[in-house]
Design a protein around this ligand. Structure first.
Ligand SMILES: [Cu+2]
Length: 65
């Protein structure tokens, strides 16, 4: 069963942030869907490992709240 998780990333502010996060999270093994909501400042990820997603967002330069 695939889980969908929502991460709060308050420091996202523009498309560049979205692209940086997308570029890091998309290659994670098991991730099948990724949606970034810039207004809500959330990243919704389907599949993949929770810790790996948090690490990837961190690698993109953002903290998960
Ligand atoms: Cu930005």
């Amino acid at each position: 069963m695939t889980t969908t998780r929502v991460y709060s990333v308050p420091d996202m502010s523009c498309d560049h942030c979205v692209q940086a996060i997308t570029g890091q999270v998309t290659p994670i093994e098991g991730v099948t869907d990724l949606a970034v909501d810039l207004d809500a400042k959330t990243v919704t990820v389907t599949g993949g490992d929770d810790a790996a997603v948090v690490a990837a967002i961190d690698e993109a330069g953002f903290d998960v709240a």
